[in-house]
Design a protein around this ligand. Structure first.
Ligand code: FES
Length: 125
């Protein structure tokens, strides 16, 4: 069962996901965080979003999609997803989204505790 903080919110496990410089402005990049492939998107506004890398429709590579202001369009069949919450905007699918933190140029993706990828740090239990 995921642990909670003193406010009752579910804690996150923060996993390193490379540096901000590895993601060209206005594009996405696929990174491996622990055992998961995550698509990171760096907007021209400076915001960075993280979604599961695989399109829930038929497995398209979302990191290679066309990035809009707060959307990504899957390169395979052009379904559009919100970068904020992974919701399908013109379809009934949705993709998992994750919080991202930028610390001294390094990116960290937050996974729910107990649901995170197996890393050396968490022992893979
Ligand atoms: S695989 Fe992404 S829209 Fe079909």
């Amino acid at each position: 069962m995921p642990s909670t903080d003193s406010h009752g919110k579910e804690e996150s496990v923060w996993v390193p996901a490379g540096t901000i410089e590895q993601i060209p402005v206005g594009q996405g990049r696929c990174v491996l965080t622990g055992a998961r492939q995550i698509a990171l998107f760096r907007l021209r506004s400076g915001e960075v979003y993280a979604l599961d890398a695989v399109c829930p429709h038929r497995g398209g590579p979302l990191a290679e999609g066309l990035v809009g202001r707060e959307t990504v369009i899957c390169p395979l069949h052009a379904f559009k997803f919100s970068l904020r919450d992974g919701r399908g905007l013109d379809n009934d699918f949705s993709v998992k989204s994750y919080p991202v933190e930028l610390r001294d140029g390094n990116l960290f993706v937050g996974f729910p505790a107990g649901d995170g990828p197996h890393t050396v740090a968490d022992g893979g239990a």
